[in-house]
Ligand binder design. Structure first.
Ligand SMILES: [Ca+2]
Ligand SMILES: [Ca+2]
Length: 266
C-alpha cells in the first residue's frame, strides 16, 4: 500500500469515531441564530448561520466590541442588509466575501441599510462595528438563498444534502459554502448495521495498516467513511478505500471554526 505524505496520523483518530456517530445518529437541523454569542470579535469566531427572515439581536457592549457573523451563499443573490439601533448610536457593517476580502460596507448612513448583489458561492462574513455609542442592535440579512447547498469553490464530491439513503438517520446535512471536500467511491449513502461503537486510538508514528483492516474494517461493514482534516488534501481517500473496503471515503477540509460547527462536520 502506497502511503502519501499528506496524511497526518492524528487525522486517523477522530474520523473513525465520527464515522460511527454519523452512521448511528440522526441529524437535526442546524439552527439559524437569533442572537449573538460572544466572543465573536474575530472572523474565525463568527456567529451563524444568519438566515433570511430571522433578525439577529446583538449588542455592541463597549468601545472595543465588534461582532462577526456568517452565512452561506449557494447562488447569485440580492441581499438586503440592515442594522437597526438606538438613534443616538452609529454602528456600521462590513461584508466580506468567501476569499475574506471586503466586498461591501455601509458606514455613511443611518440606519445602515443597503442592497448588495453577490454572485459567488461560499461563506460570507459580516462585521458589525461602532463609530459612536454602544448598545443593542437588530441585524437583518434578507435574500440569502435557502439551503446553502452548493459551492462552486469546493473540490470534488457532492455539496448538496440528500435523503440519507433510507438509512433512518435523517437527511444528509448540506455542505457549507466554501467547504472543500474530496469524495472517493459512491456518492450515495449505504446502510449498514452496527451493533457496538468503537474507538481506535493511534498516534506517535506511522499509520498502522493492520489496525484499520483488523479493527475498523469489520465494524464499518462496507459503509461510508468521513475524514475530517484541518490541512492537507485527499491523502487518506485512496488509502482508506483500499484498507477498509468502504463504500466511499469523503475528506472534509475543516479549516474554519464555522465549518467545524456546521451540521455537516458535526
Ligand atoms: Ca457584541
Ligand atoms: Ca463581539
Amino acid at each position: 500500500m502506497q502511503k502519501t505524505s499528506s496524511r497526518p496520523l492524528t487525522a486517523a483518530i477522530p474520523h473513525w469515531v465520527l464515522t460511527l456517530l454519523l452512521l448511528g445518529a440522526g441529524q437535526g437541523a442546524f439552527a439559524c441564530i437569533s442572537s449573538e454569542s460572544e466572543s465573536n470579535d474575530a472572523e474565525s469566531d463568527a456567529d451563524g448561520p444568519v438566515c433570511s427572515e430571522q433578525t439577529v439581536n446583538g449588542n455592541i457592549a463597549n468601545r472595543r466590541d465588534q461582532d462577526w457573523y456568517y452565512f452561506n451563499i449557494n447562488q447569485a443573490a440580492s441581499l438586503n442588509i440592515s442594522l437597526d439601533h438606538a438613534s443616538g448610536d452609529d454602528f456600521d457593517w462590513h461584508l466580506y466575501d468567501p476569499s475574506q476580502k471586503l466586498y461591501s460596507a455601509e458606514t455613511g448612513n443611518r440606519p445602515e441599510a443597503a442592497s448588495v448583489n453577490v454572485g459567488g458561492a461560499g461563506l460570507y462574513t459580516l462585521k458589525i462595528t461602532r463609530y459612536s455609542g454602544t448598545g443593542y442592535y437588530a441585524l437583518d440579512v434578507d435574500g440569502i438563498p435557502s439551503g446553502g447547498t452548493s459551492s462552486s469553490s469546493s473540490s470534488g464530491g457532492s455539496s448538496s444534502g440528500g435523503s440519507g439513503g433510507g438509512c433512518s438517520v435523517g437527511s444528509r446535512p448540506s455542505k457549507p459554502g466554501g467547504l472543500t471536500s474530496y469524495l472517493s467511491g459512491s456518492q450515495a449513502d449505504v446502510c449498514v448495521s452496527q451493533n457496538d461503537p468503537g474507538v481506535l486510538v493511534m498516534g506517535g508514528g506511522s499509520d498502522v495498516d493492520d489496525a484499520f483492516t483488523r479493527r475498523v474494517k469489520p465494524r464499518i461493514g462496507g459503509g461510508d467513511v468521513v475524514v475530517l482534516r484541518t490541512s492537507g488534501s485527499d491523502g487518506y481517500n485512496d488509502y482508506l478505500m483500499g484498507l477498509l473496503d468502504a463504500d466511499s471515503v469523503e475528506t472534509l477540509m475543516v479549516d474554519w471554526t464555522q465549518f467545524a460547527n456546521s451540521e455537516k462536520a458535526t
